[in-house]
Design a protein around this ligand. Structure first.
Ligand code: KG4
Ligand code: ZN
Length: 342
């Protein structure tokens, strides 16, 4: 494929509906996002059927808006990428059915892409972007992984969580303290009012030489401390502070070890917890001491978005990969090591 690529990206894997356009020559032209957070708030978590229905309502207007912002007509698109997994099956089907059908009607290629792989490359949408190989710390609501990225499609998992993902631990701790779902960012805000020294939680698994994580014990430690304490606002903030310190320090310690063992000087942060200011600050400071450059996506591209889907779609479509039949294929589970290499 030598012609200039203009790719529409579609994301509907969970509770964000998003559309974006990436242009090979001019970069990101438009990105639109609609969050269903308000819809799911009252249930304390994402309700899959409601998520699918809302994607159906919102996707088409978002695609129209993205095209309008990019000042493009539909027939100027050269390809369409949509998230085909992992995620909620019904939600994924909305984006996949729309993307595959639109591509068919326009007679252009389409490609179902891997949601986490898209997160891995989100930092490449920024001006300062890393070169291969790099280490990625992927921290989201469903995953906590340290990965070595050798090139597109060539990844090596160095370590991962054995139980809860770090975002999940943030969300569950937030729920315990009475914050609305998803509580990660709100817990981080509350921690700003917390005082150091009142609580101290363990840094799980740091005495082990591997790069695996475990966050369920930390969550339990917070629950136990909460049960023994007065239930006032200052206590909540102090617990949030101590939880955040323990979680972030654990991530930083393991990341530094992975960087040192692999002898790689580029670190990329990806996923929703990458929006956490303390994590960003600590990683930047600590890794600078080790002569390692850190690359972060802008805050809105840490959490789910279609810009990263459009960009990954561009990389893979450009490399010659495309949907090979007219079927609509989605996967709730999709291990990263099953991805194809280039
Ligand atoms: O990547 P993402 O949008 O969705 C998944 O694919 O999981 O990540 C969402 C996760 C949630 O657990 C959310 O609470 C967490 O990222 N999160 C944060 C912050 N912003 C989002 N956690 C800690 N601090 C934040 N500022
Ligand atoms: Zn995500």
């Amino acid at each position: 494929m030598s012609k200039r690529q203009i790719i529409l990206g579609i994301e509907t894997s969970c509770d964000e509906t998003a559309a974006a356009i990436y242009d090979e020559d001019n970069g990101l032209l438009a990105h639109e996002i609609y969050s269903q957070v308000q819809l799911h708030n009252q249930f304390g978590g994402v309700v899959p059927e409601l998520a699918s229905r809302d994607h159906v309502r919102k996707l088409l207007p978002l695609v129209h808006k993205a095209l309008e912002d990019a000042k493009l007509a539909l027939n100027q698109l050269t390809g369409i990428a949509y998230t085909s997994g992992p995620g909620l099956i019904g939600a994924l089907l909305v984006g996949a059915t729309f993307g595959r059908s639109l591509a068919w009607s326009l007679n252009i290629p389409s490609l179902g892409v891997h949601h986490l792989e898209a997160h891995l490359f989100a930092a490449m949408l920024e001006e300062q972007s890393p070169s291969y190989p790099f280490i990625t710390l992927l921290v989201s609501g469903g995953h906590t992984q340290l990965m070595r990225v050798n090139q597109l499609g060539n990844y090596q998992i160095l370590g991962e969580t054995l139980d809860d993902a770090v975002g999940e631990a943030f969300d569950k701790t937030a729920k315990l303290l009475g914050l609305p779902y998803p509580g990660g960012a709100k817990l981080a805000e509350l921690a700003n009012q917390g005082r150091p020294g009142r609580f101290h939680f363990p840094r799980p698994m740091i005495d082990r030489p591997d790069f695996d994580f475990s966050f369920s014990g930390l969550k339990t430690a917070v629950i136990q401390a909460w049960q023994k304490s007065a239930k006032d606002e200052q206590t909540k903030a102090d617990l949030a502070y101590a939880f955040q310190e323990a979680a972030i320090e654990t991530l930083v310690i393991k990341t530094v070890r992975a960087i040192q063992r692999e002898k790689i000087h580029h670190l990329v942060i990806a996923g929703g917890v990458g929006a956490n200011r303390l994590l960003r600050q600590r990683l930047r400071e600590t890794l600078a001491l080790h002569d390692v450059a850190t690359y972060f996506p802008r805050i809105e591209f840490c959490t789910d978005n279609a810009a990263m889907v459009a960009y990954l779609g561009f990389l893979r479509l450009k490399a010659g990969q495309l949907d090979s039949d007219l079927g609509i294929h989605v996967r709730a589970r999709w291990p990263v090591d099953e991805l194809t290499r280039f």
